[in-house]
Write a protein that binds this ligand. Structure first.
Ligand code: ADP
Ligand code: MG
Length: 387
């Protein structure tokens, strides 16, 4: 655990806070303000105790050659002002303003290169550094690692969002109550290989679904028709299955499949055990697998989920993902701790309106996956330990 913003005296101090305001925009309008809302507790914690904040964030992928209007944080400043019900001074520093939001840090090439001169310019702006940008925690950028190295003994603390992500994705997983079940799915086995490797020996059962199941099934000698397979990962998948066989973790693969010839609504569908016929692809876990996976989940005390079970954006191929999501929600209601990471998995939970029944839904796709891989982040290591 790290020292948090709540554990430091902020009265009369200016807090230089790195947040993740990388919100989706369409024609200058914010289409989802959740990231702004998630940062409010840390900001309010400072303002309520008589401190002021200078906020910094990136937005999108500007070239790093100066201002580009489509990547300006100006719409965020306006939305933040409404949410906080406090004026927000936007664009540059203002020592008299209670809340300042700097312009997109990535307009300066020094952000991504972690340049010392850019870090120095930022570090000068605060008496205390606070990192609340979990979504960027795995990036060694100036505002993430350059600045805390230049604070010259001033406090460097975790924001409340970052602290809760670290608590659930780090501590809760390392000290999980059993039975501990991981559900791993999604599009590519290559994305999740390191997470599987790290979880072997830590979790009791890994349930595999999604397109990545087919690379594993090919590795066991099954025929999978047109299903998505990463040919160059079949050998890795074989080695993973061998490693699982001699570990304390049971790795389960789906044994029936909802198959289609194309992923479009209204297309004809068949359910098969193996082999999947030529011309057909597995687009969701089948009904038998669904019921086996859900009964396993209902007995779990700790659940980690990353990656949908099928092409859930297209009905009826959302059924496996829905069954798994509902089982996780139910297990949580009965006392399990559930942790969901991955952008698409979080979107599925929202689409099924189960958000409130999950213990922790991570806000950072890439960063949460790296935590499941057991990686640690320099941006976090640089923060103070609790006093
Ligand atoms: P997350 O963002 O939760 O980590 P991924 O990005 O790895 O998840 O994978 C999500 C995507 O995988 C979704 O777009 C989903 O449609 C797709 N997907 C899952 N299973 C299949 C499948 N069997 N065939 C094709 N696409 C699939
Ligand atoms: Mg994704």
């Amino acid at each position: 655990m790290k020292r948090t913003i709540e554990q430091v005296d902020v009265s009369g101090k200016r807090i230089l806070m790195r947040v993740d305001f990388n919100v989706p925009l369409q024609d200058g309008v914010i289409t989802d303000d959740r990231r702004i809302i998630m940062s409010l507790p840390s900001i309010r914690s400072v303002l309520d105790r008589g401190g002021s904040v200078t906020l910094m964030s990136h937005l999108g992928r500007p070239k790093g050659e100066g201002y580009e209007s489509q990547y300006s944080l100006k719409p965020v400043a306006k939305r933040l002002e409404e949410l906080l019900d406090t004026p927000v001074h936007f664009g540059d520093d203002d020592p008299d303003a209670e809340v300042v939001l700097l312009e997109n840090v990535r307009f300066d090439a020094g952000e991504k290169t972690g340049s010392t001169s850019f870090s120095e310019k930022l570090a000068m702006l605060g008496d205390i550094y606070c990192n609340d940008a979990f979504g960027t925690a795995h990036r060694n950028h100036a505002s993430m690692v350059g600045v805390p190295q230049l604070m010259e003994g001033k406090p460097c603390v975790a924001g409340l969002l970052l602290a809760s992500e670290l608590e659930y994705l780090g501590d809760a997983i390392e000290h999980a109550e059993n039975p501990f079940v991981a559900v791993l799915g999604g599009i590519k086995v290559s994305d999740k290989m390191d997470a599987i490797k790290h979880l072997l020996g830590k979790v009791d059962i890994i349930l595999i679904g999604g397109a990545m199941a087919y690379t594993f099934l090919v590795a066991t000698g099954k025929e999978v028709g047109n299903s998505l397979v990463e040919r160059d990962r079949i050998q890795d998948a074989k080695e993973m299955l061998d490693a699982a066989a001699v570990s304390s973790t049971e790795l389960r693969l789906p044994h029936d499949h909802v198959c289609a010839q194309q992923i479009v609504k209204g297309t004809s569908v068949q359910v098969t055990n193996d082999p999947i016929p030529e011309g057909w692809m597995g687009v969701d876990i089948g009904p038998e697998t669904q019921s086996k996976y859900t009964s396993t989940l209902l007995h779990a005390k700790t659940i980690v989920w990353n990656g949908p079970m099928g092409a859930f954006e297209t009905s009826p191929f959302d059924e496996g993902t829905r069954q798994v999501a509902e089982a996780i929600a139910k297990a949580t209601t009965n006392g399990a701790v559930s942790i969901v990471g991955g952008g698409d998995s979080a979107a599925a939970i929202s689409a099924f309106e189960l958000d409130a029944q999950i213990t922790h839904i991570s806000t950072g796709g890439g960063a949460s996956l790296q935590m499941l891989e057991g990686k640690s982040f320099k941006s976090v290591e640089l923060l103070d330990n609790p006093l």
